[in-house]
Design a binder for this molecule. Structure first.
Ligand code: ATP
Ligand code: MG
Length: 554
């Protein structure tokens, strides 16, 4: 590939980075970071950010840090930290020894604040919250300067120290940067940078009773870590002038912030706050419910990490908000699973078939593990006189062009024989008890000499060796394409039947050895994986995806 050709494939962040490398900015060094706030589990949007930040570091021989933005002691929990690390590792990325916490920088932030006060660029404000927001005004007209704005440096230093030493009450005062109350950018109108909070922090305990605001911690953390390219989502574009002001006033490392559009996917809602509500209100079984847009939910559902990475790359990096079709994610999953998933047979809604002319006992028939993978080998599955087929593979009064089983009709059993339906045996209530069929011994798969022609191959399970399983089928959690964009209470937008549990399914005996999260293609029914709640006596499979794009057809 020549250079100009190559260039057309760069996204705008890569273009910036390559330009910086060419001009030897920061000695050509590339350093990114993923900065989650540990206040929830990561979702597919975070996966996009992880792939971007770690991917850029990989591509340009740089480094990527993991930094927990844990400056708010109120919402953060240790459980979230562990889940975040697990998810990043599972996606296939490694932060090596670069695991940082913004809270480790509290002493440094405190010094930064003092530096600003000493430069006459910050002041302690005793106005109330309401007064402050009222004075901030509206973007089209200048705000009002606080009556406390011109306190002396020494008074500010003394008050800030009192704040730090717990001498003042929560809400009594705040520290504000002294910038410009007339700026059209509201973030520059003397933003609050420190507040009093008597909430213990998960790492610093009760050491601090003042905490920096996000805007006074995020950019500075980047500078402290020498982050060269600080990639974030568009909503921070307006904050950039403020971060640059801090960099300039504090004379710290000039990380460059670059904004891109956050990933939005159809039918998904990605606000952690709302996802937490779904969990707390038990609308889903937990953060890792397979219907959740979380990385842990997708893992449990059977989405392979390769598929998430591929999806994240394929959707690209945009400068404008957009909405990605759900089917693109699902197709990335299908593509990957088609290559790697072992084929198996499972009958979800069974109908018993007795093969009248088949002898007692079973024979073991060879079947390919994965026709897409020549190295996947074969396994043997039992075949016998009594089998289950799928209810929908039989119709007593078939419509035209129905090529599956019907009275007098024939179908091939996958990897076995052709059978013909001779009789429908019914219960007293008229429902079907079982079918009586006959098989054609000379039609054995692989050595068919019968000369019979059938249009359909169906899957089946031999009854004696069959294992019972619970199968969970999922629909999208929300019925509307943009649940986040709706004004309605999001609870009213939920799909009423997003989970269907099938208790009495039958699966082939080889699946007794399935491992948690291992993917299978159940022939003709979709991709499935063993759920983490499975036990040897109670196998549970999640449907990862259907084989075709049927679920989005309206
Ligand atoms: P949420 O709005 O879901 O609560 P957040 O932005 O508050 O997410 P953070 O923990 O602050 O969550 O996010 C960590 C990183 O992930 C940030 O750099 C953020 O920009 C990025 N990120 C969050 N959501 C998305 C998304 N939908 N697409 C791309 N990146 C995202
Ligand atoms: Mg955030």
């Amino acid at each position: 590939m020549n250079e100009s050709n190559n260039k057309t494939h760069l996204n705008f962040i890569e273009e910036i980075i390559e330009e910086d490398i060419r001009s030897n900015k920061h000695g050509g060094r590339i350093h990114t970071r993923f900065p989650p706030e540990p206040n929830g589990y990561l979702h597919i949007g975070h996966a996009k950010s992880i792939c971007l930040n770690f991917g850029l570091a990989e591509k340009y021989n740089g480094k990527a840090n993991l930094r927990f933005d844990d400056t708010n002691p109120v919402t953060e929990e240790v459980e979230y930290i562990e889940s975040i690390k697990e998810d990043i590792r599972w996606l296939g990325f490694d932060w090596e020894d670069r695991e940082f916490f913004a809270s480790d920088y509290f002493p440094q932030f405190y010094q930064f604040a003092i530096q600003l006060i000493k430069a006459g660029k910050a002041f302690v404000d005793h106005s109330t919250q309401e007064e402050i927001s009222k004075m901030r005004g509206i973007p089209t007209a200048p705000g009002t300067e606080s009556p406390f704005r011109n306190r002396s440096i020494s008074e500010n230093l003394a008050l800030f120290e009192e704040m730090k030493n717990g001498k003042l009450k929560e809400g009594e005062c705040v520290l504000r940067a002294k910038i410009n109350m007339s700026s059209p950018n509201m973030h520059l109108r003397d933003p609050i940078i420190y507040r009093i909070l008597f909430t213990p922090h998960h790492r610093t305990g009760t050491e601090w009773c003042i905490y920096p605001m996000y805007d006074f911690a995020h950019g500075q953390s980047d500078s402290i870590e020498g982050i060269t390219h600080s990639v974030c989502t568009l909503e921070f574009e307006n904050h950039r002038p403020l971060y640059e002001w801090f960099i300039q006033e504090l004379e710290i490392f000039p990380s460059r912030q670059i904004e891109f559009a956050r990933l939005n996917v159809e039918y998904m809602m990605m606000s952690k706050r709302k996802l937490l509500l779904l969990v707390n209100e038990k609308i889903v079984s937990g953060w890792d419910d397979p219907r959740m847009p979380t990385i842990s939910g997708m893992r449990r559902r059977g989405y392979p990490p390769e598929a998430l990475r591929k999806f994240a790359t394929e959707v690209g990096v945009a400068k404008r908000e957009n909405l990605i079709e759900y089917v693109r994610l699902e197709n990335a999953v299908r593509e990957q699973l088609n290559n790697v998933a072992i084929r198996a047979m499972a009958v979800l809604r069974p109908l018993k078939v007795i093969i009248s002319n088949y002898p007692e006992g079973v024979e073991w028939l060879p079947v390919e593990n994965n026709p897409e993978d020549p190295n996947a080998g074969i396994r043997e599955i039992p075949f016998g006189k009594e089998i289950y087929i799928e209810q929908e593979d039989f119709m007593e009064i078939p419509p035209p062009k129905y090529f599956r089983l019907s009275p007098g009709g024939m179908a091939r059993l996958k990897a076995a024989y052709i059978i013909r339906c001779d009789e429908v045996v019914k219960n007293e209530d008229g429902s079907i008890l079982h079918l009586l069929c006959s098989y054609f011994p000379e039609s054995k798969s692989g050595s068919d000499k019968s000369g019979l022609k059938v249009k359909t191959t169906i899957h089946w399970i031999e009854c004696q060796h069959a294992l019972k399983a619970e199968i969970r089928l999922y629909e999208k959690l929300f019925e509307v394409k943009e649940p986040a964009g709706s004004d309605e209470d999001f609870r009213t937008l939920l799909h009423p039947n997003s989970l269907e549990v099938i208790e009495g399914a039958w699966i082939e005996p080889s699946l007794a050895n399935a491992e948690i999260h291992q993917s299978y293609q159940f022939m003709r029914t979709g991709y499935f994986c063993l759920d983490k709640d499975s036990t040897k006596d109670h196998l549970i499979f999640n449907r990862t995806a259907t084989l075709k794009e049927t679920w989005l057809k309206t």
